[in-house]
Write a protein of this length. Sequence first.
Length: 462
Amino acid sequence: MKNRLWTALILTSVTALYGCTSTAAEDSVTEEITETAEAEETAAEETAETSLNTSSYLTEDDIEINQTIENSEDGGHALEADGETVSLSNALITKTGESSGDEADFYGENAAVYAHDEATLDLSNLIIKTNGTHANAVFSYGSGTTVNIEDSYIYTEGNCSGGLMTTGGGTMNASNLTIHTTGNSSAAIRSDRGGGTVNVSGGSYTTEGKGSPVIYSTADITVSDALLTSTSAQGVVVEGSNSATLNNCELNASNVSKNSDKSDYYQAVMIYQSMSGDAAEGLASFTMNSGTLTNANGDIFFVNNTTAEITLNNAEIINESDGVFLRAAAAGWGTEGANGGRVTLYATDQEINGDLLADDVSSLNLYLSEGSLLNGAINPDGEAGDVYVEIDDDSVWTLSADSYITSLTCDADAIDLNGYTLYINGVEYTEGTASEGSAIEVTVSSSASHSGMPAGEPPAKP
């Protein structure tokens, strides 16, 4: 078995390379509770609880280090597996050096740890730190390549430096990691052109930079039993015909900065198609099973220039802002007049609080089932995009404002007008009556994945 390690120096003792200087946006949303002694006590209890929860996640001090591997070469790697099986544990890996563009983002140049050409890389009990532009921490590239990493700590500084990066059909399996990124465009769990399969279980994943969601998916990404925290960007972004699934996760999103001027909105979860060639067109999906999502600024969901399915199963979703629950709308991506969001939202045993909006180039099919509750309005400003609502016998929609939809299926007890008016295709609905309607037909566009480089500069991403 060959084993290529690109190393500048191998030591037997741990040497500290970086301090942990924060680069979070200064305008991060914070809330100070000072009105009463009772409020202060509540805040202190919440802080203590948060500290207790956070303390259960892996830190640098939890990992015993037996060797140090360093690389400072521009474009180089500290550890590389090329078509081979490589195992490494109990090591400190540090990476400096610069790269730029597609070679780093798509093909792994300058990554600290890099597996490609059907390699298998088994990693455990590592500390991985990078400080450079386009210096991803762990990179899995190509079909047949698999990286397995567990019980490790990852910290990246510098822009375009993700924690876990998967492209070209690679596979990434991660368990019980702590990942913290501070640069712009540096998602903790990241994929790019060609996507792949990413499975993450347990751990804590935090991002600070502009354009750095915790998860940026151009792949099929599943995260279970994890703490996900973004302090500047969205919590999750799904691009194109790809997916993100959260199982029993705690997602805290504070989107207070933008990476482009293509959208006026802030949100916890964004689903879109940039048309850059990095993600095939088609059906995008976001699924949340149990767990919690807390949003500090803007909307919960924003869907633009794509067709998307959102599936929510008994998740606690809290919007601390005055944004809406769902906004399907045109923005700066795609062709004007055809770049709305085409959304199918499945809510099972789910409480939804907030309004749902579909503009005139967007559509919404909403299914409430198994005791789901919708407390909010749909298109309260008047008729816009087509909207179909279907409510089963155990679910209820309580209006918070006048609402305008196209079609409705429900029994007589499913709608609580709450003093407002519901219009179905322009006709006022009478409370206490059953209705039978038809879903909005949605066409899913598709395109093959792009294996070559797109011509010109790609459109800006969020």
